[in-house]
Design a protein around this ligand. Sequence first.
Ligand SMILES: [Zn+2]
Ligand SMILES: [Zn+2]
Length: 135
Amino acid sequence: MHLEGQCNCEGVHYQYDGEPDVVGFCHCKACQRQAGGSGSIFICVDDGDLKITGDTIKKYITRADSGLDVNRFFCGTCGSPIVSRCVGFPGKAFIKAGTLNDTSMLNPTVEVWCEEAQPWMPQIPGVDRFERGPA
Ligand SMILES: [Zn+2]
Ligand SMILES: [Zn+2]
């Protein structure tokens, strides 16, 4: 699978070639804050197959429930979240999938941090739901 995406100002571009591990939706408060929305839709991929270009990328670190860092990369010019790299998931990258140029492949199979979900958010039919992070 070939994926391409970018931030709003086009200062950051990325591409990925490979098979994603999983597409999911994270309801956690940190994702809500970063997105300014109800959470984030993500694609978990092998970080080594993800190529990010652009010199406006910045990083902010939040702390996962595990106590391990979540490195949140975003465009410092326009603020679009691009990818998270979690110390608890070495070698993996979580693409912020709303930045994809073509989102037609998005088909979430898991929801995480449902205990922090906005109460009016409907459940995605047929997916695995976790109150917190996946076990
Ligand atoms: Zn940008
Ligand atoms: Zn989250």
